[in-house]
Design a protein around this ligand. Structure first.
Ligand code: APR
Ligand code: PHB
Length: 394
């Protein structure tokens, strides 16, 4: 079977779905192809922090109703070390900007709902996705859908299929550069049925390693501790996890973690990764397909959103004004923000984690960096500016 669309979008994550809605707003036809089921996508626990710019965009597109009702606006975070908490006041340091805690799978539910209401062009459960002819102006996507082999002819392909997708591999190795860092630690993440222990996120540095306190809802907490990335989650009993959280988060004034049943636990690896350029011929990569950041700066989803805003704008210019200048500039435009975010995420990660080979000198440097960040207005403002997100045209 043959199908045709202007923009073939591979992947129904935040990048692919938002791109399809941005294009629809410009009157540009697209089809989203996704290997997983709708149910699976809507149930996968991922990140939870939206930058101010992401929130503004969702609202402006009429996609923010549930987020406004169920999300929680946060005006700062706490950095905790040496048994003491220090607030970084985003609103004061960034001229009124803030972040929204609203889980990624809830964002995805809202995007899928909007897209299906408008024209229904998301194909879930597709198999064996491959791209061809990307160096020509008639690229194609081949896949199996409901047992039938389909060839989708497009003007452009957007590779929004995440880090493990197929798009990136279609770029010849002689045509790209890969930049990568792996970290000698991972995060053990849990969901715990208990009311929030803190009104804002707590990023804690301790002798025993990093810990993070976040929330998902008034009844559900999301917590993380730094761990060995090779460790097996089966080695961690609920009691061990709670004990570790309590030690790492302890304060001199006896702060208490609210505890309850742990309903989910898993270990995530951490890495930094960038491919340059983010485009080959008529294939444009966006989101995790093109770059990965460690989760310490809460940037993955927001970076994906910034990419597809640029891509939608470039495609709109191509179709309405027959100009390809923004498409030509796409990779360079995105990479400026990508590298700023890579640096911020690496910096937060380096400041807050214990490294297996760190010595006393290294630890003193980390303490000094933390101390400077909370005591200097300029340093705190730099963290705040990056955390709430730089402007789109950065
Ligand atoms: N064909 C079609 N779809 C695919 C394929 C494929 N070959 N491979 C992967 N996918 C789908 C995945 O199932 C997933 O739903 O592509 C989607 C990619 O979504 P994400 O991994 O969420 O990536 P992205 O949209 O770039 O979102 C940014 O940054 O920090 C993270 O958690 C954050 O997931 C978020 C991401
Ligand atoms: C989360 O709530 O899952 C979360 C919050 C902040 C981070 C990373 C993850 O830096």
């Amino acid at each position: 079977m043959q199908m045709r669309t202007r923009v073939g979008i591979i992947g129904a994550g935040p990048a692919g779905l938002l791109l399809s809605l941005l294009l629809l707003r410009e009157g540009i036809d697209s089809i989203v192809l996704e290997i997983r089921s709708r149910e699976e996508i809507e149930a996968t626990i991922r990140a939870g922090v939206l930058e101010q710019g992401t929130v503004d965009l969702l609202n402006e597109m009429g996609l923010g109703t549930r987020m406004q009702r169920e999300g929680a606006l946060h005006h700062g975070i706490e950095l905790r070390f040496d048994g003491e908490g220090h607030r970084i006041n985003f609103t004061e340091l960034t001229n009124g900007r803030a972040i929204m805690l609203y889980p990624q799978h809830e964002v995805l539910k809202d995007l899928i709902d909007a897209r299906l209401k408008q024209d229904g062009r998301i194909l879930f459960n597709v198999e064996d996705v491959q791209v061809s002819n990307i160096s020509t102006d008639q690229p194609r996507i081949h896949f199996l859908h409901e047992g039938e082999q389909v060839e989708l002819r497009c003007d452009f392909i957007a590779g929004c299929d995440g880090f493990h997708g197929v798009s990136r591999a279609a770029i010849p190795t002689t045509e790209h550069h890969i930049f990568t860092r792996s970290y000698p630690f991972g995060w053990l993440g849990i969901l715990m049925q208990a009311p929030p222990s803190s009104e804002e996120l707590i990023y804690a540095y301790s002798e025993r390693g990093f810990a993070l306190v976040s929330t998902r809802s008034p009844e559900l907490q999301r917590l993380y501790i730094q761990c060995d990335p090779q460790d097996d989650i089966a080695n961690w009993s609920d009691e061990m996890i709670l004990a570790e959280l309590q030690v790492r988060l302890a304060t001199r004034d006896n702060w208490q973690l609210h505890t309850g049943p742990i309903t989910q636990k898993s270990i995530l690896a951490m890495r930094s990764f960038v491919i340059e350029p983010m485009r080959h011929g008529r294939l444009f990569l966006a989101g995790d397909a093109a770059h990965i950041v460690p989760p310490t700066g809460a940037k993955g989803l927001n970076l994906a959103v910034a990419d597809v805003r640029h891509l939608a704008r470039a495609l709109a210019r191509f179709y309405t004004q027959q100009q390809s200048d923004l498409l030509e500039a796409y990779s360079t435009t995105c990479l400026r923000r990508v590298w700023r975010t890579e640096h911020f995420s690496w910096w937060m990660t380096s400041m807050l984690h214990r490294f297996p080979d760190d010595d006393a000198f290294q630890q003193r440097l980390q303490r000094s960096q933390l101390d400077y960040t909370v005591r200097s207005r300029a340093a705190a403002a730099s963290l705040a500016e990056n955390y709430v997100g730089l402007p789109l045209d950065w």
